[in-house]
Design a protein around this ligand. Structure first.
Ligand SMILES: [Zn+2]
Length: 99
């Protein structure tokens, strides 16, 4: 983390330059953070959807999903669409079964 804090502190001093490129220092920093969180292998949204049931059930059992399914975990951190899917699924799994 430290190295790019340094870079962006310097960048802010020359913020005219970065706004000329249409990218705010904050935006660029967010992009870097996403890249840093990216693992060697990334899952696509389809692959995450395939694992989402399993992932949600593990989370509901109180298992450490970040440890057991780190690629899904990181995808959900980065992808708002899949996170929304996941939260919807969690609500369904938590809902009481109606007889
Ligand atoms: Zn996704």
């Amino acid at each position: 983390m430290k190295w790019f804090d340094k870079i962006f502190k310097r960048k802010q001093a020359t913020s005219l330059q970065s706004s000329a490129m249409g990218i705010s220092p904050q935006h660029a920093k967010n992009m870097l953070m996403m890249i840093e969180k990216t693992q060697e292998k990334e899952l696509s949204c389809d692959e995450v959807h395939a694992l989402l049931d399993q992932y949600a059930e593990m989370a509901l059992r109180g298992e450490d999903t970040a440890e057991l399914l780190p690629l899904v975990h990181y995808h959900l951190v980065m992808c708002p669409d899949c996170k929304e899917e996941y939260e919807a699924l969690t609500r369904i799994l938590q809902a009481p079964i109606e007889n």
